[in-house]
Design a protein around this ligand. Structure first.
Ligand code: GLN
Length: 503
């Protein structure tokens, strides 16, 4: 028998609309699954079963009253703890925001509630969304529900920064989840856990009420069971918002309604620079398989060049920390969350601790090591003596990368590449080496720097029994081509592997 928690967005919404089950039954099933799994997985920082139930009761009442139900009616989701939620603690997985209860709701979460979704809880993440393994969270790492087929029970990383989101969706304890992607944080965790996630064009989803990491890159998006669910949820999340100056003033297309896996007449580009020396053999094989699937769907596949690809990662790791160092200046112990006072007599002023000492003590205690590393790098690359050598250069590289894509999209409609260089790695395997960790993002950051829509879809399992993702990158504003090519892969991959329940 299919459990309600096995269902995704479309199946739940259609079932609620059609009367196969009530929204309250669905919310209760997911609330119970969260309560049972969270002690082991640590996917949620706080759970909000009443939020999910209240939303479900409203949907059931609307249905009884004969009202039209929203696109996410009765769907219980997890909310990455980077989105401000009114009356519910919002921490960005940091100590400095511990106990911060926003008096307002982010635009994206409000849109999801307006569409009929309910919240199961706030999902764990890398602190301030900085990381690729969810190990930088102040609230402890998330454990991936997946395990290697032959590798004992070594705990694996769920990816990051949206690692609570990926783990919860993969473990079937949330029907879907929000993610944010600054340099891969939707796509990489989706790939690691065998789920689907799309980062839309920069500006599609409002950043208002989303804790800022690197504002010129941050973009929200859905993480869900499949392409159709992503299309539905993205439609509910996207839209112009006057409260975000970079919000796109464009209508939201009916992506779900226009899904079409027939790729005749579509040209798919294969970027030769992504085929790196020493590439993981299983990743290379899944990329070749993806090419074959897209050909089978009718697409014409061509070789393309994105010549500045190898400069993308260094440019990202200058621009993102630079913006972070500025964005995180607001956490000073005055307005939000934590306030630490230095020991009496230890201050720099003559009459004891001064304001600067309070700032310093708060930030020293409130930020984790990775966040401090980014603030230091960001402050350094923006300092008077180094600004031109680092920040200005990185901005020039960013323009060249965007131009590479523009040229490529004169010849093709969508680009196919792996999402990540490897499958999920073990917790602790890379946490001592920031550079090894940053290399995870090598295939993800170019599309982020160019602001383009990009999605990860599950393509199969590697020889260790772990999921691999394929990435589709599209022209600005053309999420539809990305979703369509993703659907063509999904239909052919027939990916239905699930982690075995051990929690
Ligand atoms: N892993 C990347 C980083 O640490 C991307 C993070 C993100 O997209 N939020 O910066």
């Amino acid at each position: 028998m299919t459990e309600l928690t096995d269902l995704g967005i479309k199946a739940i919404r259609d079932g609620v609309v059609g009367g196969s089950f009530t929204a309250v039954e669905v919310a209760e099933a997911f609330n119970a699954a969260v309560a049972a799994a969270n002690p082991a997985l640590n996917a949620f920082i706080v759970t909000t079963p009443d939020h999910a139930l209240d939303a479900a009761r409203r949907v059931d009442a609307q249905r009884s009253a004969g009202e039209t139900l929203g696109a996410m009616a009765g769907v219980p989701i997890g909310m990455k703890d980077l989105f401000a939620t009114k009356g519910v603690q919002t921490t960005a997985a940091s100590h400095i925001l511990e106990g911060f209860v926003p008096p307002y709701e982010s635009t994206v979460s409000q849109k999801l509630w307006d569409a009929g979704a309910g919240m199961l809880g706030k999902l764990n993440l890398d602190q301030f969304a900085m990381g690729s393994s969810n190990e930088t969270s102040y609230f402890g790492n998330v454990i991936s529900p997946w395990r290697r087929a032959d590798g004992g029970n070594a705990p694996l990383a769920p990816g990051g920064s949206s690692g609570g989101s990926s783990a919860a969706v993969a473990a079937r304890i949330a029907a879907a989840a929000t993610g944010t992607d600054t340099g891969g944080s939707i796509r990489q965790p989706a790939a690691f856990t065998g789920i689907t996630g799309i980062k839309p064009t920069y500006g599609r989803c409002s950043r208002w009420g989303v804790v800022a990491f690197a504002s010129s890159l941050d973009q929200a998006g859905p993480m869900a069971r499949d392409v159709t669910d992503c299309a539905i949820m993205l439609g509910a999340m996207a839209g112009f918002d006057p409260k975000d100056a970079t919000s796109l003033d464009l209508p939201v297309p009916d992506w779900a309604g226009a899904l079409n896996a027939d790729l005749r007449g579509v040209k798919v580009g294969i970027p030769r620079e992504y085929r790196m020396d020493g590439m993981d053999a299983d990743v290379a094989a899944s990329w070749d398989q993806g090419i074959a699937w897209l050909k089978d769907a009718g697409a014409e596949v061509i070789d393309i060049s994105l010549p500045h690809t190898h400069h993308a990662l260094p440019a990202y790791y200058i621009i993102a920390p630079a913006e972070a160092s500025s964005n995180l200046a607001r956490y000073d112990g005055v307005r939000y969350g934590l306030r630490e006072l230095p020991e009496p007599g230890s201050g720099s002023g003559t009459s004891g601790a001064g304001l600067q000492d309070m700032y310093a003590a708060t930030r020293a205690a409130g930020f984790g090591d990775e966040v401090k590393r980014r603030i230091l790098i960001g402050t350094y690359v923006l300092s008077a003596g180094f600004y031109d050598a680092y920040y200005t250069q990185a901005q020039k590289v960013r323009a060249l990368i965007a131009r590479d894509f523009e040229r490529a999209f004169e010849r093709c409609d969508v680009i196919l590449a792996p999402t990540c260089p490897t499958a999920a790695f073990g917790l602790g395997e890379k946490s001592a080496d920031p550079l090894a960790m940053y290399l995870n993002d090598v295939f993800a950051v170019p599309a982020s720097l160019a602001g383009l829509p990009a999605m990860s879809v599950p393509a199969g399992l590697n020889r260790e029994g772990l999921p691999l993702g394929l990435q589709l990158i599209g022209r600005a504003f053309d999420e539809q081509s990305v979703l369509n090519a993703g659907l063509a892969i999904e239909q052919r991959a027939g990916f239905n592997a699930k982690p075995e329940t051990w929690w």
